[in-house]
Design a binder for this molecule. Structure first.
Ligand SMILES: Nc1ncnc2c1ncn2[C@@H]1O[C@H](COP(=O)(O)OP(=O)(O)O)[C@@H](O)[C@H]1O
Ligand SMILES: O=C(O)C1=C[C@@H](OP(=O)(O)O)[C@@H](O)[C@H](O)C1
Ligand SMILES: [Mg+2]
Length: 203
């Protein structure tokens, strides 16, 4: 939440001339309700089931950029689907962000039900608990603090087009933050239609 998956995904799709899918948006269309309404009326479990279905559809049918909701990786079968996608050469990008940067972005926002109450404390707790999942799943990590969505999109492009060991743009070699379960090249195909998933980045 607030790492910029939706914003950066939009920029990246524009840059590459492809379309953006966003799992939250797909859930809202399928449910005919907002994410906040689904949480309030049906609960988080129902939201996760809708989200899992949206992720599966997007991975199967979408050739472009996919922005995930930050909790999409909590569903074991969504996580497994993303692992298969990455194992087949897809790029899964962890947009990393710290609490100070995120405070300026989403902490006053009421559209994210999991941040109700002490939003900063909730965000920090969620981010810490999910970080191991994000780092295990991601093929690339890009730090977003102090960068505009356009700047982050350029860094994502640079990261996924780089060869060999995945040195992220802030200079931290990929293997210092991630026990990578797969070791495939993650170049964007020349036709420019690769799906780049952003598994939250951070919550
Ligand atoms: N790099 C950034 N710098 C400043 N604000 C940003 C940045 N990325 C996103 N935002 C703002 O933060 C809010 C959340 O961004 P969003 O893309 O919805 O994040 P996510 O999808 O990861 O929750 C939006 O208001 C957006 O305009
Ligand atoms: O991290 C989460 O559990 C959530 C993140 C949200 O998406 P963003 O990460 O795009 O804000 C949205 O799916 C929902 O509010 C739950
Ligand atoms: Mg989003």
């Amino acid at each position: 939440m607030g790492s910029g998956k939706t914003s950066v995904g939009t920029e990246l799709a524009r840059r590459w001339g492809v379309t953006l899918r966003d799992s939250d948006r797909d859930v809202e269309v399928a449910a005919g309700r907002t994410v906040a309404e689904v949480f309030a009326e049906s609960g988080e479990e129902a939201f996760r089931a809708l989200e899992h279905a949206a992720v599966g559809r997007a991975l199967a049918e979408h050739a472009g950029v996919l922005a995930l909701g930050g909790g999409a990786v909590l569903h074991p079968r969504s996580r497994a689907a993303l692992e298969r996608y990455a194992g087949a050469g897809g790029a899964v990008v962890f947009l990393d962000v710290g609490a100070d940067a995120v405070a300026d972005r989403v902490l006053g926002d009421t559209t994210r039900p999991l941040l109700a109450g002490d939003a900063r404390a909730r965000w920090t707790e969620i981010a810490e608990s999910r970080r191991p999942v994000y780092t295990a799943l991601a093929t690339h990590r890009v730090v977003t603090d102090g960068r505009t969505p356009a700047e982050v999109a350029a860094l994502v492009e640079q990261a996924v087009q780089s060869d060999g060991p995945h040195t992220v743009p802030d200079g931290v070699p990929h293997d210092q933050f991630h026990d990578r379960p797969h070791d495939q090249p993650h170049d964007r195909p020349a036709d420019g239609t690769a799906t780049v998933s952003t598994p939250e980045d951070s919550p």
